[in-house]
Design a protein around this ligand. Structure first.
Ligand code: SAH
Ligand code: MG
Length: 951
C-alpha cells in the first residue's frame, strides 16, 4: 500500500535485469537452456574416492545469434539465467544506457507493442493475453473484438512496464495506465479504435477470414456451459464474505460474466488484480472502480484523489495489494501460457481463509504443517533434522512476496577468523554458490567446521534485511549468536524476523513503542515510518488476534510457558487422561509424535470435525506447538491420550480449517462454543546424544574424549595412530591442532558420508601452510579407509596407538566382541583406547531432562528401547559389563587393561558418563601378518602433496 516515491521507482527502473536487456535486444532469438548439475568438489579434496552427492545446481547456456555463453553454477535457475545474460552483455559490449529509454522512446515502444498485440500473429502466440483476444472475437454484438484496456494492462507485463516508465505514479494507481495506453492508441488511430466509454480498444478492420477461421477451429475442450464457485468480498467490513456461482460458457467471455456479477454490463469496467497467493496461481480479485474515476478528463493524480473519497474495501485491498473500492470478487480463473483452455477452479470459504492466514508468518507455518490448531512457528531452529514444515527462510520469502516487498536479503558477514577477501564490503550475499561455500571456508573454520559437535563456538552469523518494493530499508537483523553451521545462522535469523512480524499481526493496535521494545529484545532494527507505510492496512484485516491470547506474556517467552500450570488451567478445561502410563515421557529436545483430532463443540453437545492428523511430529521445548498443547503433552506418557476443551481460536483459523463452512458458521452463531482436542502420544524420540552431551558437560563430552586420547598419544610418543570408527574425523581433526610425535594417521569407518567429511577436513588442514599449528606437526601420511573394523585387513596392523571412541555400542554386541578379538589378536596396536557410554550414568542424563523426574525405576526396564542415548546404539553397558568384557579380552590376548572415563567423577556413583578402557600390549615384537585387503582406500595424503598444492 501507500504511494511510492517516484524518484525511487525511476532509480530502480533504470537498472533493468540482464535478461530484460537481452530480451529487448534479441527478443525470441535469445534462447536459454538450463542444465542441472550436481555440485562437485573438484578443488576441495583431490583424490577422494567417494562420489560426492552435491546439491543440485543450475547452469545456463544462452544462445544468441552472435554468440553463445555459459553461466557459472547457481542454486537457483533464475540466477543462472541472469548470470548468462550478464556475461553476454559484457561480451557484446552492450551499453546499459540504451536500455533506459527516454519518455519519448518509451511512448514509441508502447505504440509498437500495442500494434503487435492487435496483430493476427499475436492471436496464436500462446501468451495468456491472446486467450482474451480470442475470446472476445467469439462474443456477439457491438463488443465483438473489444479488449478491455484494464485487461491488457494486467496481462502484458511489457505494456505495464512501459507505462510505469512513462509515469511511475501508475505503480500505485493502475487506473492511470488506461490513459497512457489510450494516448498511445491515438497514434494508431488508423488501425485501432477506442470504444465510446474509452475503456476498451478494438481493431478498425477485422482479422483476415483465415485467421478468424483458425480461431474458430482451435476449439477448447471446455463444456458448453459450466459453473465455478467464487468469493464475494463486500466493501463493508461488517458484511460477511460469501460464496457466489459464476455461470461460464465456452461461447462467452468470462470477464463479461464477472462484470455482471459485479453489477455492471461490460467487461471493460472491471479491474483485474495481480495474482494472489502462490506466484503460479490464477487467483485474482475483480472489482469495478466508481464511474467517475473512469472519467477520461481526469489526470492520474486527480483520479487518485477521487478514489480516496470512496469507501475503501479494506479486505479486498489487502489481497490485491492496491486500493479497491466497492465489492470485490475473488476467483480462480484465467488464460494461462500456451493453453487453449480457460483455466478455472472453485474457490471455497476455506480457500479464502487459507489465503488470509497465509499472509501471517505463523499462518504460513501452520498451513505448511497442515495443523492449524496445533502447530506454531517455533522459537528457535535447533537442527535441520528436527525441523518440520517450511523452513524459516522459505517462509520469509513467501511473506515478502505476499506483501509485495522486495526479496529478503541474507548476508553472512565475514568470519571473524577470516581475512577480509571481499573488497566490496564485509558481507557475502548468499545467492551465488561458487564451487562450495563451505569448502572455501574450511581452512579458517576447520576447528569449528565439519558439523561435528566439538563444543567450539561457531563462526557463522547472519544478517537479514527487508526492503520495500521501492528499496526502502524496512528492517534489519544481525544474529548476536555465532552458529557452527551456516544454515543454522540463516534459519535462525529468518526466524527472529518472522517472530517479530508475527507480533505485529497478533495485536492489531500494538503501539510503536511496544513494537520497538520487542524488536530490541530480539535484536531487530526497524524503520517505523517505512514499516507502517507498508503494513498499515494489515491490522484492519487481521484484527482477530485479540480474542486469543494477550501478547504481553505471549509470544516472546512461549517456550517458558510449558511448565506454567496456571496458564494451562486458564485455557484448558475438562481434561481427561486415559491409557496405561508407560513411563516414557517427552522432555525438552525430544522429538514427539502425536495423533490428534480437533472439533468444534457447542454447549448443547453438537460436534463438528475441524482438523486431524494421524501422525504429527514436533520437537519439544521450542514452542513448535500451541503452548497448552505442549503443556498437555508433557503430562502424557507414550500410549496415553488426553481429551480436553480449549478456548476458541480466532474465527479465521476455524474457517481456514473447516470443510463445511456453512455448518461451522451456524454452530458458531448458535451460542458458546469451544474447541475439543483429543491427543494421543504415539512416540517419543530422545534428544540426540550429541546435544545432550553438549548441554550437560563443559567442555562437551566429545571434546573431553578427544582430549583424553590426545593425552595418551602425547605421553606414548606414538609415531603412528589408527582411529577405528573415525566418523567425520573429529579426533583426527583435533590432533592436528596440537604438536605430537605422530607421523602417520589412519581412520577407518563404514559411513561414506562421514568419511567424505573427514577427508575434506583433513585435506584442507594438511595442505594449509598458513596455520602454524598445522605446519608444526610432523604428519607424513594420512589415509582414510572404508571398511568394517570387524574384518581383518593387514593395513590396519601394527600401529603404536589405536582409538575406538563411542563406536562399539553402534555394532551388535556379538560383533563388538568379535572386534575386540580381531583388534587385539591381529591389529595389535601397542596401546588401544576404547570408550563407550556408561549405561548407569543415563539416570543422570534423563533426570536432568525436566519432565522425567518422578520416574518409577520399575517402569524403566519395560521401555529399554528408549533408554539408550542414541537410536543407533545397539547396547549400552554398565561399568561391570564393560569391565568383564575388557578384562576377559585383555587376558586372552596378553594385554593389560586400565579403566577410567570422562564426564562426571569416576569414584562417585554412577561413575563416568563415558567409560574408557586403555589396553597395553605386553608383547614387544610385532607379529607377522598375512597380507589381506578388504578395506577401500577412500582418500590418501602424503607430505609431498602439500608442497604440490603449494605450487
Ligand atoms: N569415533 C567418532 C565417531 C563415533 S560414532 C567420534 O568419536 O566422534 C560411531 C561411528 O562408528 C560411526 O561413524 C559409524 O559409521 C561407525 N561404525 C559403526 N559400525 C562400524 C563398523 N562395523 N566398522 C567401522 N565403523 C563403524
Ligand atoms: Mg554413540
Amino acid at each position: 500500500m501507500g504511494t511510492l516515491s517516484s524518484a525511487a521507482v525511476a532509480a530502480k527502473k533504470s537498472s533493468l535485469t540482464p535478461k530484460a536487456i537481452i530480451s529487448q535486444k534479441f527478443g525470441s532469438k535469445a534462447s536459454y537452456k538450463v542444465d542441472e548439475v550436481e555440485e562437485s568438489f573438484p578443488n576441495e579434496c583431490p583424490g577422494l574416492a567417494i562420489r560426492q552427492k552435491g546439491r543440485c545446481l543450475y547452469r545456463c547456456h544462452l544462445q544468441l545469434p552472435e554468440l553463445s555463453v555459459v553461466s557459472g553454477t547457481f542454486t537457483r535457475k533464475k540466477d543462472a539465467e541472469q548470470a548468462a545474460a550478464e556475461k553476454a552483455i559484457e561480451m557484446l559490449g552492450i551499453h546499459v544506457k540504451e536500455n533506459n529509454p527516454t519518455e519519448e522512446e518509451a511512448r514509441d515502444e508502447l505504440v509498437d507493442r500495442l500494434a503487435y498485440l492487435f496483430s493476427s500473429e499475436f492471436l496464436s502466440s500462446g501468451h495468456p493475453l491472446s486467450g482474451h483476444f480470442r475470446a472476445v472475437l467469439k462474443t456477439k454484438g457491438h463488443l465483438n473484438g473489444c479488449i478491455p484496456i484494464s485487461v491488457m494492462a494486467m496481462y502484458d507485463a511489457k505494456l505495464t512496464n512501459l507505462c510505469k516508465h512513462i509515469n511511475p505514479e501508475v505503480e500505485s494507481n493502475p487506473l492511470g495506465i488506461t490513459s497512457i495506453i489510450l494516448s498511445a492508441a491515438e497514434k494508431l488511430s488508423g488501425s485501432l479504435l477506442p470504444l465510446e466509454d474509452h475503456l476498451s480498444l478494438k481493431r478498425q478492420s477485422p482479422h483476415p477470414p483465415d485467421v478468424l477461421q483458425s480461431v474458430e477451429n482451435c476449439e477448447s475442450t471446455l463444456p458448453e456451459s459450466f459453473e465455478i464457485q467464487a468469493i464475494r468480498i463486500p466493501s463493508s467490513v461488517n458484511e460477511t464474505i460469501e460464496t457466489l456461482v459464476l455461470n461460464l460458457s465456452s461461447a462467452s467471455y468470462y470477464l463479461d460474466v464477472i462484470a455482471e456479477a459485479l453489477g455492471v454490463t461490460e467487461a471493460s469496467r472491471v479491474q483485474v488484480s495481480r495474482t494472489i497467493g502462490k506466484a503460479s496461481s490464477e487467483v485474482r480479485l475483480y472489482f469495478c472502480p466508481k464511474q467517475q474515476l473512469l472519467d477520461q478528463s481526469l489526470e492520474p493524480l486527480e483520479v487518485h484523489r477521487v478514489q480516496l473519497q470512496g469507501s475503501l474495501n479494506v479486505r479486498a485491498s489487502y489481497f490485491a495489494g492496491q486500493e479497491v473500492y466497492g465489492d470485490g470478487i475473488l476467483a480462480s480463473v484465467g488464460y494461462v501460457w500456451k493453453s487453449a483452455n480457460l483455466f478455472h477452479e472453485d474457490m471455497s470459504m476455506r480457500t479464502y481463509y487459507r489465503l488470509l492466514i497465509n499472509k501471517i508468518p505463523s499462518g504460513v507455518y501452520k498451513l505448511s504443517r497442515e495443523a492449524i490448531f496445533v502447530a506454531e512457528l517455533p522459537m528457535v531452529f535447533t537442527t535441520r533434522s528436527n525441523w518440520r514444515g517450511f523452513f524459516p527462510r522459505e517462509i520469509l520469502y513467501t511473506f515478502c512476496r505476499q506483501h509485495r516487498l522486495a526479496e529478503p536479503v541474507f548476508c553472512i558477514p565475514n568470519s571473524s577468523l577470516g581475512t577480509s577477501t571481499d573488497p566490496h564490503g564485509t558481507c557475502k550475499k548468499l545467492k551465488v554458490t561458487e564451487p562450495s561455500e563451505e569448502g572455501k571456508k574450511s581452512p579458517v573454520l576447520a576447528a569449528g567446521g565439519g558439523g561435528e559437535s566439538d563444543g567450539l563456538t561457531g563462526d557463522f552469523k547472519c544478517e537479514v534485511k527487508i526492503f520495500s518494493k521501492c528499496q526502502d530499508l524496512i528492517l534489519q537483523f544481525l544474529s548476536t549468536k555465532a552458529y557452527k553451521k551456516q544454515t543454522d545462522a540463516v534459519q535462525n535469523a529468518a526466524l527472529k524476523v518472522l517472530l517479530w512480524l508475527n507480533l505485529f499481526f497478533r495485536e492489531s493496535n500494538i503501539s510503536s513503542e511496544k513494537l520497538s521494545s520487542h524488536a530490541k529484545e530480539l535484536g531487530i532494527q526497524f524503520y517505523s515510518e517505512y514499516f507502517l507505510k507498508e503494513f498499515n492496512i494489515c491490522p484492519l484485516v487481521h484484527d482477530f488476534w485479540m480474542s486469543f491470547a494477550t501478547v504481553e506474556d505471549g509470544l516472546l517467552d512461549r517456550k517458558h510457558m510449558k511448565a506454567n500450570d496456571d496458564m494451562l488451567e486458564n485455557v484448558v478445561f475438562s481434561l481427561n487422561m486415559g491409557g496405561q502410563a508407560s513411563g516414557v515421557n517427552p522432555s525438552s529436545g525430544s522429538l514427539v509424535c502425536i495423533g490428534y483430532t480437533s472439533c468444534l463443540v457447542t454447549e448443547g453437545g453438537m460436534k463438528e470435525h475441524l482438523e486431524s492428523n494421524e501422525e504429527f511430529e514436533f520437537e519439544m521445548g521450542i514452542g513448535a506447538v500451541v503452548p497448552y498443547i505442549e503443556g498437555i503433552v508433557t503430562q502424557l506418557s507414550v500410549g496415553q491420550s488426553a481429551c480436553f476443551g480449549a478456548e476458541l481460536p480466532p474465527l479465521e483459523f476455524i474457517l481456514a480449517a473447516a470443510d463445511d463452512s456453512p455448518t461451522t458458521i451456524s454452530l458458531l452463531s448458535s451460542g458458546k462454543c469451544s474447541l475439543e482436542h483429543t491427543i494421543t502420544l504415539l512416540r517419543v524420540t530422545e534428544p540426540l546424544e550429541d546435544r545432550m552431551e553438549q548441554a550437560l558437560f563443559s567442555p562437551p563430552l566429545s571434546k573431553q574424549r578427544v582430549e583424553y586420547a590426545l593425552q595418551h598419544i602425547q605421553e606414548s610418543h606414538a609415531l603412528s595412530m589408527i582411529d577405528f570408527g573415525c566418523g567425520s574425523g573429529s579426533l583426527l581433526d583435533s590432533l592436528l591442532d596440537y604438536p605430537t610425535s605422530l607421523e602417520k594417521i589412519v581412520g577407518v569407518d563404514i559411513s561414506q558420508k562421514s568419511l567424505a567429511r573427514a577427508a575434506k577436513m583433513l585435506h584442507s588442514k594438511l595442505n594449509s601452510k598458513l596455520d602454524y599449528k598445522v605446519s608444526s606437526n610432523r604428519i607424513k601420511s594420512a589415509v582414510l579407509y572404508d571398511g568394517s573394523i570387524t574384518n581383518f585387513d593387514s593395513r590396519l596392523c601394527g600401529f603404536d596407538i589405536g582409538t575406538c571412541l563411542e563406536v562399539i555400542e553402534h555394532i551388535e554386541e556379538q560383533e563388538a566382541s568379535l572386534f575386540g578379538d580381531v583388534v587385539l589378536s591381529s591389529f595389535c596396536p601397542r596401546i588401544l583406547i576404547i570408550s563407550t557410554p556408561n549405561y548407569e550414568y543415563n539416570v543422570i542424563l534423563q533426570k536432568s531432562a525436566p519432565q522425567n523426574q518422578e520416574e518409577d525405576p520399575d517402569e524403566k526396564n519395560q521401555s529399554q528401547a528408549y533408554k539408550f542415548r542414541n537410536h543407533d546404539h545397539k547396547f549400552e553397558w554398565t561399568r561391570a559389563q564393560f569391565c568383564d568384557w575388557a578384562t576377559d579380552l585383555s587376558r586372552r590376548h596378553n594385554y593389560s587393561v586400565e579403566f577410567s572415563g570422562v564426564g562426571g567423577v569416576g569414584d562417585v556413583e554412577p561413575g563416568f558418563a563415558s567409560q574408557i578402557a586403555v589396553f597395553r600390549s605386553k608383547e614387544e615384537n610385532p607379529k607377522n601378518v598375512e597380507i589381506a585387503h578388504h578395506c577401500k582406500v577412500i582418500w590418501e595424503w602424503s607430505e609431498g602433496d602439500r608442497s604440490k598444492s603449494a605450487l
